[in-house]
Design a protein around this ligand. Structure first.
Ligand code: GUN
Length: 283
């Protein structure tokens, strides 16, 4: 048996087209474009690539992209002052500070300084709390993108056994909250779990967000399960996920590829969150 390939690239392209339509309507009614501010500190090459593609996607959707680049040795106070300026700027609907930050800057302090109602990354503790309690707020982009892909396969997730591999604040924990809100039975597997494979074998839904190349092989997968691979690992063999696609796709019912699966969804959801923010702020 060979799995259905979940085409995240095509899904994201359709989502971005819908967002562009929404942006044009917003612009006509509000007399301005939604604005997304992205802050890059330092020269990390991977972060620079992400920031460039976020800027281009923002402009392509008809939004205003506001980019700030600060040197790696910038004092934390300077970054916090910039965040305060962006919080106060009525033309800025979304603020994203690209992570990781240099070691001398505490990321949690910076995230907590962002206005929760402009926190389109959904990383602010207020938004994490809103997600956990079922209140409206911003949901982190990658897990929300994963949920959209899952729902394309399972319009009703209620009652399914879901395993999330990884417990990061950015993906694992919010993914588990989203699946719980959909009434899945949710297990989080992490580095101290005694028998990760046994948990994954029992799951109808597997979301792998652990950062270990090809950790999940076909013999871990329940036949017919849906597998979402968040991993983006650069290896000598090229870009690979946390799932061994060749073996897992022989067993799964549906699976995302790497690249072309979850990756394109993250930026599309960022644009969606920014448009939602703009609409809420004008309402
Ligand atoms: N670094 C890697 N992914 C992300 C993301 O989604 N948001 C931010 N702010 N930084 C990141």
């Amino acid at each position: 048996m060979s799995a259905t390939i979940i085409d995240g690239k095509a899904f994201a392209a359709r989502l971005r087209a819908r967002i562009a339509t929404g942006v044009a309507e917003f612009h006509a009614e509000a007399g301005r474009a939604p604005g997304l501010a992205v802050v890059l500190v330092g020269e990390d090459p991977a972060s620079a690539v992400y920031v460039r593609s976020k800027g281009k996607a923002t402009r392509d959707a008809g939004m205003q992209s506001i980019e700030h680049r600060l040197p790696a040795d910038v004092p934390a106070e300077t970054l916090l002052a910039l965040v305060a300026d962006l919080n106060a700027d009525p033309g800025v609907d979304g603020i994203l500070v690209q992570l990781p930050l240099p070691k001398h800057i505490d990321a949690q302090t910076v995230i907590s300084a962002i206005d929760p109602d402009k926190d389109v990354d959904g990383f602010h503790p207020i938004n994490a709390g809103r997600l956990a309690t079922g209140l409206p707020g911003f949901v982190p982009c990658t897990p929300l993108g994963c949920l959209m892909l899952l729902k394309s396969i399972h319009p009703k997730l209620s009652g399914l056994e879901a395993v999330v591999i990884g417990r990061s604040n950015i993906v694992g924990k919010p993914m588990a909250q989203l699946l719980l809100a959909e009434s899945c039975t949710v297990t989080i597997v992490h580095s101290r779990t005694h028998d990760a494979k046994a948990h994954v074998r029992a799951a109808d839904i597997v979301v792998a967000a652990v950062g270990i190349p090809q950790m999940v092989t076909g013999d871990w997968i329940k036949p017919g399960a849906t597998v979402i691979d968040v991993g983006i690992n650069r290896t000598e063999a090229g870009l690979v996920g946390d799932v061994d696609f060749a073996s897992a796709s022989q067993v799964a019912g549906a699976i995302t590829p790497v690249p072309g699966g979850v990756g394109p969804m993250t930026i599309a959801v960022l644009l969606r969150n920014t448009l939602v923010s703009a609409a809420r702020r004008e309402a």
